[in-house]
Design a protein around this ligand. Structure first.
Ligand SMILES: [Zn+2]
Length: 331
């Protein structure tokens, strides 16, 4: 892997790290620099001719050993914040290429532009000639690391679907969620509100907690937002924590559930009723196509196929505060 030391001077920072014919490491490459074209005599007129020419000469400098061949090469880019917000100079191997405006979403993906210079792997490809003699454009792609925030939200949604999939059917899922909220008297544990109840991670994901029975608390949206990523000790009083203890323990029993496929396949109605779902509701679910829980005769296929999700690499990445490389290469 590339090892880059941060200095205050961009140009000194960037050594030529050009490896011909070397594929860049897998990552999510984002097409950023628009294309860089060689200006040609009599070709399309476009604004900023001088800058385009400068860019082209810069890129030729980077690609020297390749001359005019097709290239696919590996470089280092620096993104240097410009005077305006969201605007960055893209400097590749010490040569200014272009400036880019990154929208907020992209900006979020730039893992903390706290230092004046952010570096990342870059990929340049393109080159060769068109049949009329014009030079092909080069693409510049930057491998922007995912932020810790992205990794966490990814994990949050994975855990959520893992939790929901455990119950296989929406009706069972809601039935158990209701049992969970019953444990909390359908109230926010912190403020007692009965509106907009959420299931909160008692120990937050960022501190190593998971969406599993034993770590769940009913909180209203407001309290949930307030608690955010706090450790329980920083959010609850000692007496609240004491009250909470048995509730965390009890939910392990309440939410203990394994979908019994054999039972389900033999006797759907009997199975749902055995779980405690109201018989009249069971009748609706199995017979009324307009019911939100309606289950078609062949709707359920291998419900346990989706249960196992390995998030260990994400956790490692969080622990090391490293970006996770997405194995897909986007162009
Ligand atoms: Zn509340």
């Amino acid at each position: 892997m590339l090892n880059i030391e941060l200095h205050s001077n961009t140009v000194e920072l960037l050594k030529i790290d050009y490896v011909p014919d070397h594929w860049p490491t897998p990552g999510t490459y984002q097409y950023l620099g628009s294309h860089i074209q060689k200006p040609w005599e009599g070709g399309t007129a476009y604004s900023g001719y001088t800058e385009q020419l400068q860019r082209f000469n810069n890129i030729k400098e980077i690609l020297k050993p390749h001359k005019d061949d097709w290239v696919d090469c590996h470089c280092i880019a620096a993104l240097v914040p410009y005077d305006e917000e969201e605007r960055f100079d893209v400097i590749i191997n010490g040569l200014h290429m272009c400036d880019v405006v990154l929208n907020l979403k992209s900006l979020r993906k730039l893992n903390g532009i706290k230092t004046p210079i952010t570096t990342c792997n870059a990929k340049i490809d393109g080159g060769g000639y068109l049949s009329d003699g014009r030079h092909r454009s080069y693409n510049i792609m930057l491998d922007l690391p995912r932020s810790k925030k992205d990794i966490l939200s990814l994990q949050r949604s994975k855990e959520k679907s893992q939790f929901n999939n455990k119950f296989a059917l929406k009706v069972i899922q809601d039935f158990y969620k209701n049992k969970f909220f019953e444990l909390f008297n359908h109230q926010c544990f912190k403020c007692g509100s009965i509106k907009r109840l959420d299931i909160d991670h008692h120990i937050p994901i960022v501190l190593g907690g998971h969406l599993v029975p034993g770590n769940l608390v009913a909180l209203c949206k407001t309290c949930n937002n307030k608690k955010h990523d706090c450790h329980p000790n920083d959010f609850y009083t000692q007496s609240e924590l004491k009250t909470l203890e048995p509730l965390l323990e009890k939910q392990k029993d309440i939410l203990k559930f394994n979908f019994d496929q054999d039972y389900w396949h033999c006797d759907r109605k009997g199975y749902l009723i055995s779980l405690g779902v109201e018989p009249s509701l069971v009748h609706e679910i199995l017979n009324n196509p307009n019911h939100p829980y309606y289950i078609e005769p062949a709707a359920l296929q291998n419900p346990d196929m989706v249960i196992t999700i390995d998030v260990s690499d994400l956790l490692d990445a969080i622990a090391q505060d490293n970006p996770v490389n997405n194995k897909e290469r986007k162009q």
